[in-house]
Structures are given as structure tokens and as C-alpha cells.
Design a protein around this ligand. Structure first.
Ligand code: TYD
Length: 207
């Protein structure tokens, strides 16, 4: 059976991942690929409940352990029921956020020990790593102007929090150069997409 390809989209809130994921899906389908668009948190059959727990604005303070384990549980279900079955069918899976989000937000942002996060997430995913990760690098000042009033629990975090998240993404990009592709997300969407298109063309060896 043909093995699929696993591609993730990462970056701070407001970086435009979801738009780029959609455009990438159209590009791949136009080249005859079977594509699955999915996201974290919340795209498994348990997802809606996890999403409500994780992002509901009314919720009070959540401690780090609760937050890390909820994201990991959501991911474990998502990998088992959605991502791996699609890869086994040879599909290209485009996922909006994956475990790098935990390293960046819970590790960089909240300061949870990175080794612990890697171990928990290795267990959650059974070691499934993306083949390619697009990191949409957006300045924190740009983020503040892009996000609208209806902010969820995490988007209300201080700019300092997002500066730490961004730094953690930079560290990930430096540590995993074989799969990370950093894209300048401060540019207009057409330019951002053309950076992504170039890499996809190279990755699939299209001429
Ligand atoms: P969402 O509304 O899906 O926003 P976005 O379009 O930015 O992905 O919210 C997801 C939020 O959850 C986002 O602020 C990042 C956060 N998050 C973590 O903190 N850790 C994680 O492991 C994941 C997957 C998301």
C-alpha cells in the first residue's frame, strides 16, 4: 500500500495557517493527490468536547498538567482515528497544528519542561512525526493587529507569552531543519503561498 505524506502548519495565532492549509489542499488536489484537511485541537470524534474544555473563554484557570494532558489526549485520539488511517490509504494529510504547538505553547509559552512534553507526546502519537512542517513566522506586533475582539482563552495571553512561543518555534526550526520550512507570514497571502508552493513542488519532485 502506498504510504501517505504528513504535512503540518504551525505558527502563532493569526499567522494565516488555515488559509495556507486550504490553498495547499487545492494545489495538491489539482495534481491528483487525495488530501485530508484536519486540525488540532478538536478534529477527532472526541474533538468537540476537548475543544470546549481547552478553549472555552468562561473557564477559570487551568493548570499546566491539565492543559498538557488534554492536548495530548486530543492528539492521541486524532492520530489513532484520523491521521494514521488516512496515511495508510496513501493520502496527503494537511494538519493545522500538531505536536510542535505543544512544544511552542506549553513548553515555550508556559515553561513546562520540554523533555517531559516530548515524552508525553511520543506516547500520545506513537512517534508519528510530520514529513514536512510549514512554520509561518509572523511578528508578534502583526499578530495583535490581526486578531479581532472575540479572543479565546489563549489569545488573551500577553504579548510576552507569544514572544516566548515564537522563540520556541525558531528553536524547533533550527533543531529539525530536515522537516521545517520557515515562511515569512508578514507578507501578503499570495506571496506567503508562493513560498509554500515552491517547497511543495520541490518535495513532490514536480517540474
Ligand atoms: P484555534 O482557535 O484552533 O486557533 P488557531 O487558528 O490559532 O490554531 O486555537 C488553538 C489554540 O490552542 C491556539 O492558541 C494554540 C493552542 N494550542 C496549544 O496551546 N497547544 C497545542 O498543543 C495545540 C494543538 C494548540
Amino acid at each position: 500500500m502506498e504510504k501517505g505524506v504528513f504535512i503540518t502548519f504551525e505558527g502563532i495565532d493569526g499567522c494565516g495557517k488555515t488559509t495556507m492549509q486550504g490553498l495547499c489542499g487545492q494545489l495538491l488536489e489539482s495534481r491528483g493527490k487525495r488530501v485530508l484537511l484536519t486540525k488540532e485541537p478538536g478534529d477527532s470524534d472526541f474533538g468537540r468536547s476537548f475543544r470546549q474544555m481547552l478553549l472555552h473563554t468562561q473557564m477559570g484557570e487551568m493548570n499546566d498538567a491539565t492543559e498538557v494532558l488534554l492536548y495530548a489526549a486530543d492528539r492521541a485520539r486524532h492520530v489513532d482515528k484520523v491521521i494514521r488511517p488516512a496515511l495508510a490509504q496513501g493520502m496527503v494529510v494537511l494538519c493545522d497544528r500538531y505536536l510542535d504547538s505543544t512544544i511552542a505553547y506549553q513548553g515555550g509559552g508556559r515553561g513546562v519542561e520540554m523533555d517531559l512534553l516530548w515524552r508525553i507526546n511520543d506516547f500520545a502519537t506513537g512517534g508519528l512525526s510530520p514529513d514536512l512542517t510549514f512554520y509561518l513566522r509572523l511578528d508578534v506586533e502583526q499578530m495583535a493587529s490581526r486578531l479581532s475582539a472575540g479572543k479565546d482563552r489563549l489569545e488573551k495571553e500577553a504579548p510576552r507569552f507569544f514572544a516566548r512561543v515564537a522563540r520556541a518555534y525558531e528553536d524547533l526550526a533550527a533543531r529539525f531543519p530536515h522537516r521545517f520550512v520557515t515562511v515569512d507570514a508578514n507578507r501578503p497571502p499570495e506571496e506567503v503561498f508562493s513560498q509554500i508552493e515552491r517547497k511543495i513542488t520541490e518535495f513532490f519532485s514536480w517540474s
